[in-house]
Design a protein around this ligand. Structure first.
Ligand code: FAD
Length: 382
């Protein structure tokens, strides 16, 4: 039976040096942002903050310099990301482009697409969203029905994408469309496109989630023209490409640090009251976090070495989401403060936000059941 690889990985000195620089920047940049806003971290939208990070060289850090990148290594990028998330920086505007769309264009895009898109994305001036899910196609992504039909010079698109985070703020969507239908092979006939969201025929409708925020959307395509030169990769290769994209989506530190701000606020709250009865439980939560971090850094090391640790990334995302969802429950038990929304202490509001938001952490980016299916397949159990 195959087993998991979590090789020990030590961060190189240049990554640790960068940590100090990022912390110094954040301690100034985040002074006026309240904890409940910082609790949103990688779903928090602040385009001006993204531009500041672009100017620091912290977007597209690993991309080639000729496309506006900085040619730094993946472990330096990892350290920058974990500092951003731990501090609760509002990195949501450029997150998708930095994490996956840029990588996808580097791997499958044309030279024209890279030159047109990447330098602006690295400055934090050009934002992306992911057009995969549809009303009847989430976990079963190969059931994608939004259709792109060939016409002179391009494609005519009709259909609906759903749950598209930040589509209302993004400039481009990397979208998965059906360009051919083979009833015997639904994974064939899928193709990715770079879609300019200002194109006529696109309607973006916000959807409110449990917290009252409208950060994701329904995106309807009605006879939308997408030119030939906006196809990403080759026709019919969409399934392979989208699978590569999901590996980037599932492996980063955001998959266990989404509730981190609550842990620091909980420790502050308990410290304020002088209550030591929760010390052992806090120790367990911190030890659990440190273990998850070691596993996640190990994956970053494998990615830096050019490997594709899909099983290991699924393990970290599943265990990470369990941890992120356990934190609000434990925090409620330990501090005896009720979660509040829109009013109450900073701690009560952070608890309120994460009690509501964390429900979705085991859905976005692939559900718990789907990840466990991938793990089982990797272990040869199915
Ligand atoms: C906060 C948030 C942001 C999102 N942002 C985006 C985005 O930007 N772009 C985008 O494309 N999508 C986005 N999504 C959509 C997300 O990828 C899907 O919600 C997810 O893939 C699940 O699909 P679904 O909602 O259609 O649920 P379904 O696939 O219908 O699943 C429903 C339930 O059935 C279970 N299930 C389904 N199939 C199986 C199976 N084979 N075996 C066992 N159990 C199964 C699932 O685990 C789940 O519990 C976002 C979702 C959330 C919550």
């Amino acid at each position: 039976m195959q087993t998991f690889r979590f090789d020990p990985c030590r961060l190189p000195p240049e990554a640790e040096a960068l940590r100090g620089e990022v912390r110094a920047f954040l301690s100034d940049a985040l002074t006026d942002i309240p904890p409940v806003v910082r609790a949103q971290t990688w779903s928090g939208y602040d385009p001006e903050f993204s531009k500041k990070l672009g100017a620091k060289g912290w977007i597209g850090m690993t991309w080639p310099k000729k496309y506006g990148g900085h040619e730094r290594n993946a472990l330096e990028r990892y350290v920058m990301l974990e500092e951003m998330l731990a501090a609760g920086a509002p990195v949501g505007a450029h997150w998708i482009g930095d994490r996956q769309s840029g990588q996808l264009l580097l791997r499958f895009g044309t030279e024209e697409q890279r030159q047109m898109i990447l330098p602006k994305a690295a400055k934090g001036e050009l934002l992306f969203c992911i057009g995969m899910s549809e009303p009847d196609s989430g976990s079963d992504l190969a059931a994608t029905r939004t259709k792109a039909e060939k016409t002179d010079g391009g494609w005519i698109v009709n259909g609906t994408k759903l749950w598209t985070s930040n589509a209302h703020n993004a400039h481009y969507m990397i979208a998965l469309f059906r360009t051919n239908f083979d009833p015997d092979n639904k994974h064939a006939g899928l193709t990715q496109f770079l879609v300019d969201l200002t194109t006529p025929g696109i309607t973006i409708r916000p959807i409110k989630d449990l917290t009252g925020n409208a950060h994701f959307n329904e995106v309807v395509f009605e006879d939308v023209f997408v030119p030939d030169n906006m196809m990403v990769g080759s026709e019919g290769n969409g399934w392979t490409q989208v699978t590569a994209e999901l590996a980037y989506e599932r492996s980063g530190p955001e998959r266990y640090l989404s509730s981190f701000l609550l842990l620091t606020e909980l420790i502050r709250e308990l410290g304020r009251t002088g209550d030591t009865s929760a010390d052992a439980e806090i120790g367990r939560l911190v030890a659990h976090l440190v273990t998850l971090r070691q596993m996640s850094v190990s994956i970053a090391g494998l990615l830096e070495a050019g490997e594709n640790p899909i099983q290991e990334a699924s393990v970290v995302k599943d265990l990470g989401a369990l941890y992120e969802q356990e934190l609000p429950v434990k925090a409620h038990e330990l501090a005896g403060v009720e979660p509040m929304v829109g009013t109450g202490s900073d701690y009560a509001q952070v608890l309120g936000f994460l009690t509501q938001a964390s429900v979705s952490f085991s859905l976005r980016g692939g559900t718990r059941e789907i990840l466990r299916g991938i793990i089982a397949r990797g272990l040869g159990l199915r």
